[in-house]
Design a protein around this ligand. Structure first.
Ligand code: XMP
Ligand code: MG
Length: 178
C-alpha cells in the first residue's frame, strides 16, 4: 500500500508482469514495422517510461520523439481543442506510432488524431500501455495495448496522481480502503 497526497493505492500489476508484457508488445511492433523505420511519438508526460521501455526493446531502426498535448476550451460546440506542442519532425510519409500511457474516455486521441492525419503520414497506429474499454466515450481503437483494465484510477509506471507516483515501479490502483 502507498499513500500519495490524501489517497491510498494498492499494487495492481507487478513490475515483472509489466516488463514481460512491454517486451512482448515490442516484439510484435518490431515484426510489424520491419524495414519501415517507424517514428514513435510519445505523449508527455505520462508515456515517458512506457515509451522508453518499448523503444529500447526494438532492435531494428526506429526513431522516437515526444510531444505534449495542450487542451483549451474551444469556442465551438466541439468543446476542448487539443494542440500538439513540440512536434519538430516532418511526419509526412512517415510511419507514425503514437505512444500513450492510457486511453480512458478516448477524447484526447480522438481530438488529436485528425491533426496527425492532416500532415499526411504514411500510416498512423496507436500503442497504449493501458486501456479502459468500459470508460470509452469516443471511438478510439488502440492497435497495441499493454493491458485492458477496468474503470479504476491507476498510478505508477509513468502515471501520476496530481504529480506524484510516476516513479512507482508497479502499477497501483486506488484502494477501496481509504
Ligand atoms: P482520455 O479520457 O482523453 O484521457 O482518453 C487520457 C488521459 O487521461 C489521463 N488519465 C489517467 N491518468 N490514471 C492516471 O494517472 C488514470 O487512471 C487515468 N485515466 C486517464 C491520462 O493523462 C491520459 O493521457
Ligand atoms: Mg497522458
Amino acid at each position: 500500500m502507498v499513500q500519495l497526497h490524501d489517497k491510498r493505492f494498492e499494487v495492481f500489476i507487478e513490475k515483472a508482469a509489466i516488463d514481460e508484457r512491454v517486451q512482448a508488445l515490442a516484439a510484435q511492433i518490431q515484426a510489424d514495422y520491419r524495414g519501415m523505420n517507424p517514428l514513435l511519438l510519445g505523449i508527455l508526460n505520462g508515456s515517458f517510461i512506457f515509451a522508453a521501455d518499448l523503444f529500447r526493446h526494438l532492435s531494428t531502426p526506429a526513431e522516437i520523439s515526444f510531444i505534449k498535448l495542450a487542451s483549451y476550451k474551444g469556442t465551438t460546440s466541439t468543446g476542448n481543442i487539443i494542440t500538439a506542442i513540440g512536434l519538430e519532425e516532418n511526419i509526412a510519409d512517415r510511419h507514425i506510432l503514437i505512444v500513450e500511457d492510457i486511453i480512458d474516455t478516448g477524447r484526447t486521441l480522438h481530438s488529436f488524431l485528425p491533426q496527425v492525419l492532416q500532415q499526411q503520414p504514411a500510416s498512423v497506429k496507436i500503442a497504449c500501455f493501458l486501456s479502459k474499454p468500459d470508460a470509452r466515450v469516443c471511438d478510439v481503437q488502440p492497435d497495441y495495448t499493454g493491458f485492458d483494465i477496468p474503470d479504476v484510477f491507476v498510478v505508477g509506471y509513468g502515471l501520476d496522481y496530481d504529480g506524484q507516483g510516476r516513479n512507482l515501479q508497479h502499477l497501483y490502483r486506488l484502494s477501496d480502503n481509504q
